[in-house]
Write a protein that binds this ligand. Structure first.
Ligand code: FMN
Length: 201
């Protein structure tokens, strides 16, 4: 019975680190990757954790940042504005890898980064930012909200659009394989270098 070879990163900590960023990058590009739709956790008022699914929009391995988009009127945007503490987590069945990232999120609403992200967004995505009333508002019936058409969304949605850049400070990698699970963690402080180590899975 033939078995797939163990991945090259299996006993190579640096290769694991490269694999983390490669998989996150693939998550941006491939809708079917588990890393396309991570869960994003923020700190709610009164210290309650809040978590929801988001689309991973961009990854910068050099800077160690992840980008997602949200409505400025949403709870998550308020939570990040109040306290940037963020965590993202995703599992990809195909590679049997879980990645957890912790860091600080910064809200970009009215700068060149937000402008570029908005310009690159699909018309279908822009429409959501024109929702009236805003996300999370209590309504008397399930359909008591309106979405603009694609043309109107360009003007109506932009004031509500926010890009969130999470500067990652800690990464946790878990690879599942019956021949030997592998877990590793990397941390960095400020602009310092990443320090990695193996952990018991
Ligand atoms: C597949 C999927 C993708 C989603 N992508 C996003 C996203 O990229 N940004 C976003 O703000 N909400 C996204 N949502 C909706 C959020 O999960 C959440 O329901 C909504 O943003 C309200 O969250 P909040 O009240 O915590 O801010 C997505 C939901 C699903 C199911």
């Amino acid at each position: 019975m033939s078995r797939a070879a163990l991945p090259a990163f299996h006993d190579d900590l640096d290769a694991c680190f490269a694999e983390v960023w490669r998989l996150l990058g693939a998550g941006v590009e491939r809708g079917r990757s588990g890393f396309h739709l991570p869960a994003l956790a923020t700190l709610g008022a009164a210290g309650v954790p809040r978590v929801r699914t988001v689309v991973l929009r961009a990854v910068d391995p050099e800077a160690g940042t992840l980008r997602i988009h949200c409505d400025r009127r949403s709870d998550k945007a308020d939570e990040i504005a109040r306290n940037g503490a963020c965590a993202l987590m995703a599992y990809d069945r195909e590679t049997t890898v879980q990645i957890r990232a912790e860091g600080r999120g910064t809200l970009h609403t009215d700068d060149a980064l937000a402008d570029a992200a908005w310009a690159a967004a699909q018309p279908m995505s822009r429409v959501c930012y024109g929702t009236a009333p805003g996300p999370g508002t209590a309504i008397p019936a399930g359909d008591a909200y309106a979405l603009p058409d694609a043309d109107a969304a360009v003007a109506l949605g932009r004031p509500h659009f926010a890009a969130v850049v999470v500067r990652v400070a800690a990464l946790d990698f878990l690879y599942l394989d019956r021949r030997g699970h592998r877990r590793a963690r990397w941390d960095r402080s400020g602009t310092g270098p990443w320090t990695g180590r193996w952990l018991v899975p």
